[in-house]
Write a protein of this length. Structure first.
Length: 298
């Protein structure tokens, strides 16, 4: 009896901040795995999203936006986390934004010149275009920049043409037996994902008010019979930031906590008790040792 050959491989999703990489991953997986926001530099770590269909297992790696702000230790960490995958994957999805070609995109093209695996150019946010005609000049301009296997315009938010990516990827993946059990979705722990959800609510609630200097640490994650009890600390860099997050009579922190608790509860399908603290740790984002202690290590 002949066995049907399995395909399996790693697909890096890379691009500058805010182009929609995490939104794309979530759409492909059909679930909210990676946090997203209108603010650039939302994703800070590599996150695996595994999808198994039929005889193919796709192992996507969402990455932080590759950027030019190399001033702090955390910015350097994020660029490393994104670029270090490039040598290790079977395929790269280079995500750009329709009609928003910037110097940061150009710098990524330079990095991709050293990559040996196939590269697919994904032009995202086409729903924002007034007319489809606006796409063609961009496709013509970008296609010659690298030897792309394919150029695919999509809207990750609305799911327009995302299947075309999956089809292209499936055809390019190597023959391999599956690396992960078929029902596994990620390599990340619930503890990690809970911290990410809290961070997302923090970013979304505070928008431009919060400088890019907060992080979340899960102090305790206890699973009881019918409830999960989570104690988490939000670290910021100054007293001023702390009081912004706490808000008037604690209203802000409460609302961040409520929406985080709801999302965590949905994700783990359990009742959740969430206790949030805010603490000041000056200079954590530019201190290699503090960063490692807060989970920023390869
Ligand atoms: N209109 C529109 N908005 C989109 C689309 N895809 C993503 N967005 C929005 O763009 C913003 C950034 O999306 P993310 O998925 O967080 O972007 P990212 O590339 O992961 O960003 P970083 O993690 O910061 O590198 C969010 O507000 C998304 O809702 C799209 O196809 N159309
Ligand atoms: Mg992201």
């Amino acid at each position: 009896m002949s066995e049907q050959k399995q395909r399996c491989g790693y697909i890096a999703i890379v691009g500058r901040p805010n182009v929609g990489k995490s939104t794309l991953l979530n759409h492909i997986l059909g679930m909210k795995l990676s946090i997203t926001s209108r603010k650039p530099q939302t994703t800070r770590h590599q996150i695996l999203g595994v999808k198994t269909t039929g005889n193919t297992q796709f192992i996507y790696v969402d990455t932080p936006g590759i950027h030019q702000r190399r001033n702090t230790a955390i910015n350097k960490y994020m660029n490393r986390a994104a670029t270090s995958v490039l040598g290790d994957v079977d395929l790269v999805l280079f995500v750009v934004q329709a009609r928003q070609w910037t110097d940061e995109d150009k710098a990524i093209v330079e990095k991709l010149k050293a990559v040996n695996s196939p590269i697919v150019l994904v032009i995202n946010k086409i729903d924002k275009l007034e007319s489809k005609k606006q796409l063609l000049p961009m496709i013509n301009e970008l296609s010659p920049l690298l030897d792309f296997s394919e150029v695919i315009p999509v809207s990750a938010l609305n799911g327009i043409n995302v299947e075309a990516i999956e089809k292209t990827v499936a055809a390019l993946l190597p023959e391999n037996t599956f690396f992960y059990p078929e029902d596994q979705v990620t390599d990340r722990s619930m503890r990690f994902l809970a911290a990410e959800i809290i961070r997302e609510k923090l970013i979304r609630e505070l928008g431009q008010e919060l400088p890019y200097t907060s992080t979340v640490n899960i102090d305790r994650y206890d699973e009881d019979r019918d409830i999960v009890r989570i104690h988490a600390t939000i670290f910021v860099e100054s007293k001023g930031q702390k009081s912004i997050i706490i808000g008037k009579k604690g209203a802000r922190l409460k609302s961040i906590g409520t929406s985080a608790r709801e999302d965590i509860s949905k994700m783990i399908d359990s009742r959740v008790y969430l206790n949030l603290w805010v603490k000041v740790r000056e200079g954590w984002s530019n201190d290699e040792r503090a960063l490692r202690g807060l989970g920023y290590s390869e």
